[in-house]
Design a protein around this ligand. Structure first.
Ligand code: ZN
Length: 217
């Protein structure tokens, strides 16, 4: 499994259009299942995973960024992956491969590490995060990886607290108008802040000014 998630898949994603073609044609579920099954078949071993262990979703995070989220079988040991993300532009000129890996904190609690495999086979670690609900995890991961994909690491990525009731500290999604509430602690006046809508998965950069998130006109 390590070999598949950390060597074969990243190489396949980063170095050929073949993966992209398969993904578009057959979908993530079938593509990932088929690829791993052929690894087991080649070793004359029984494939231990089912089709239902795989899944995928596609998002547009901005006009020129497409994200393919790939759900992998639940990790049983460190550092197997919960998910992988392929980020690319419509011309497929810029491609990135990000992993969400199972890890353990000093006190023994489970963590997920947000990492990247680059073209040269280097592994980069962007930090450990606790497990939260699935929608919030995917939302957070998409925003953080978007930062690295677009080299905007100075942009702050606040935690989505949910959909706000009164709209006081919230900001509306520019796409679907959903009222979003973020954890604004630690932000400084003038910070660029990347926000993310859990409903339509629109990513947007706004400004933090006078204690609130503001969209620049
Ligand atoms: Zn929205």
């Amino acid at each position: 499994m390590y070999e598949f998630e950390h060597r074969l898949l990243p190489r396949w994603i980063l170095t050929s259009g073949a993966f992209y073609n398969d993904l578009m044609k057959n979908g993530a579920k079938q593509t990932l299942y088929g690829a791993l099954k052929s690894v087991y078949d080649n070793r004359n071993e029984e494939m231990p995973y089912k089709l239902e262990d795989f899944n995928g979703m596609n998002f547009y995070t901005d006009e020129s960024t497409i994200v393919a989220m790939m759900k992998l079988p639940d990790p049983t040991e460190v550092p197997q992956c919960y998910r992988m993300y392929m980020y690319y532009d419509p011309e497929i000129k810029k491609i990135a491969c990000y992993t969400v890996e199972k890890g353990v904190d000093i006190d023994g609690t489970e963590l997920r590490f947000l990492c990247e495999w680059d073209q040269d086979g280097n592994h980069k670690n962007y930090g450990g995060f606790h497990l939260i609900n699935m929608t919030q995890m995917v939302s957070q991961e998409i925003r953080i990886f978007q930062n690295y994909f677009r080299n905007t690491t100075r942009t702050r990525v606040p935690m989505l607290l949910g959909v706000s009731e009164d709209g006081n500290e919230g900001i509306k999604c520019s796409h679907c108008n959903l009222d979003l509430k973020f954890d604004l602690s630690g932000l400084k006046d003038g910070d660029d802040v990347m926000i993310h809508c859990p409903k339509c998965f629109r990513v947007e950069t706004v400004k933090y000014e006078n204690g609130a998130l503001k969209r620049s006109e």
